[in-house]
Design a protein around this ligand. Structure first.
Ligand code: OAD
Length: 242
């Protein structure tokens, strides 16, 4: 299933970057965004995931995020998350870049996670930017507020917003530097994340896609492995490190 080149490179080279998307958490029971059962097939991103939508109807946005938090608090990380956490033990420099906000890579034990789109368990004040964790605000309130009076919102990146600059900078750095780049469970349609595998390839990395389906980058990468990441990633660990 894996090429000799990939196995040898992972075994012997210094730096690997992995970009993950919603597909990595699909086997845990977290819905993906696109595809026939995707969230954006049923919900309008402009209403639920933009500052304009939030200012228009903050109660609705909070209701939706509480529902998503409920889903996430009831799921476990899957063998794919665990395999990525183990890779960090084997590879001298391992960067895990994720578009997921579900905290499951942290839960699985990954230490070097770059959360490009934020974390759904964190909140921030829209006025003073103070960060609130899950427990230090009144979650039962329909419209939680900061001590300064500003509205709290989930600390995730919404459409039209900038990604956290330092995290994005590190993601670009890792993509340029790595010897192997793994693009896993992402439809590779949302920028700037989708440009990272291309940047890695243009910088000389061996780029591998792991996905159930083909994506816009499939023809550009060096190796496509088709299937479920929760099965492929543990098999990859076995094939490389036994
Ligand atoms: P998508 O929902 O766009 O894509 C999920 C990808 O995972 C698809 O290509 C599926 O084929 C693949 N997939 C599904 N199950 C899989 C499995 N078990 N193993 C491997 N692959 C699987 O999710 P993302 O690419 O993460 O942004 O979406 C990117 C961003 O779009 C999200 O972070 C979110 C969304 O709008 C924001 O909310 C800012």
């Amino acid at each position: 299933m894996f090429s000799k080149t990939l196995i040898e490179k992972l075994k012997n080279l210094q730096c690997t970057a992995a970009l993950t998307g919603a597909g990595v958490s699909a086997e845990s029971g977290v819905p993906t965004f696109r595809g026939k059962d995707g969230i954006w097939k049923k919900m309008k991103p402009q209403e639920l995931a933009s500052i304009e939508g939030f200012m228009k109807n903050p109660e609705l946005v909070w209701e939706w995020y509480k529902m998503r938090r409920e889903i996430i608090s009831n799921v476990e990380c899957n063998p794919g998350h665990k395999a990525l956490a183990r890779m960090e033990d084997f590879i001298p420099e391992f960067w895990l870049i994720t578009q997921n906000v579900d905290d499951l890579h942290n839960k699985a034990g990954s230490r070097n996670v770059l959360e490009l789109h934020g974390n759904i368990l964190r909140n921030k004040c829209i006025k003073c930017q103070k960060i609130y964790t899950e427990t230090d605000f009144d979650a039962s309130s329909a419209l939680p507020r900061c001590s300064c009076g500003g509205l709290l919102r989930p600390d995730v990146v919404w459409f039209g917003e900038m990604l956290p600059a330092e995290i994005l900078h590190s993601a670009f750095y890792a993509s340029k530097k790595c010897d192997v780049f793994l693009s896993i469970g992402t439809s590779a349609q949302v920028q700037p994340a989708a440009s990272l595998p291309v940047l890695a390839k243009d910088s000389g990395a061996y780029v591998v896609e792991i996905n159930k389906e083909r994506t816009p980058i499939s023809d550009y990468v060096d190796e496509v492995i088709t299937g479920q990441s929760g099965e492929i990633l543990p098999d990859l660990i076995k094939a490389v490190w036994g």
